[in-house]
Design a protein around this ligand. Structure first.
Ligand code: FE2
Ligand code: FE2
Length: 256
């Protein structure tokens, strides 16, 4: 591979990412073409949720067809749209049967040309940002929402522990862990677009890169401490894939 160092080890990891591709029958050709153009241009493809339009397995088939046209490994998290149709489990099974790695409150270490890459992912969830959080108080239904975010936070912490020794560590979410990448959305709905509770394990473990989607009208870039956060939602990036090179030697250095 052209980006391999003379000693044979990969030194730069080319990451292609997109959120909110919202596959359906009507955009099948466009999505498949976009993935096919990526072949040979990326070492790793990451999709930040809302893979489908209405959470139907037949829409996940489009994602599988697209991923089959690129040689690089493809990893995804689900988004709220992927849960909408009540077929999330079937969607995850179909994606995995299609060779796509699904990160669902989980972590995995993959090897790309000899470079160990730790991937930690989950949907994330809602709850808002300081000083206006959804509290863990009141009706059981509201407390269940708080508990779902807690489960996502705990999974991120667990996953980041699991990949702690990887030279490259990437967090993939659908909901945002930071307010900066939501700027442009109405402030009244920030609490439904993410939660800074998700930022706690990120700040503690300091991965190289955090990617999310969901905020179609948000902003491209934010930061949690020293960790760069990118909103790779398609309407925000304005292109089929956000691209970056991660330097395996110096750690955190995404070059979009
Ligand atoms: Fe979306
Ligand atoms: Fe979404």
């Amino acid at each position: 591979m052209s980006l391999s160092a003379p000693d044979g080890g990969l030194r730069k990891l080319r990451v292609a990412a997109a959120g909110d591709i919202h596959c359906r029958k009507a955009n099948r050709d466009r999505v498949v073409d976009a993935f096919a153009r990526l072949d040979g241009e990326a070492d790793l493809v990451l999709l930040a949720g809302d893979l489908t339009s209405h959470g139907m397995v037949e829409e996940a088939e489009v994602v599988c067809a697209a991923a089959a046209s690129v040689a690089a490994p493809v990893f995804v998290v689900l988004g709220n749209h992927d849960w909408h149709g009540g077929e999330a489990d079937e969607i995850m099974q179909r994606l995995e049967a299609g060779g796509i790695g699904v990160l669902d409150r989980s972590a995995v270490t993959i090897e790309v040309d000899g470079l160990e890459v730790g991937l930690v992912g989950g949907k994330g969830f809602v709850g808002g940002f300081a000083p206006r959080h959804l509290p863990d108080f009141g009706e059981p239904s509201l407390r269940a929402v708080y508990a779902e975010t807690t489960a996502e936070v705990e999974a991120l912490d667990r996953g980041l522990h699991e990949v702690a020794t990887c030279p490259v560590r990437i967090v993939l979410l659908h909901y945002s862990p930071v307010q900066a990448t939501l700027e442009g959305e109405p402030r009244e709905i920030f609490a439904f677009l993410g939660s800074d509770r998700l930022a706690v394990p990120i700040l503690e473990h300091g991965p190289d890169l955090v990617l999310h989607g969901h905020a179609h009208e948000g902003s491209p870039e934010g930061r949690i401490g020293e960790v760069p956060v990118f909103n790779v939602s398609l309407p925000v990036t304005g292109r089929d894939f956000w691209m970056a090179e991660l330097d395996a030697d110096s750690g955190r250095s995404p070059i979009p």
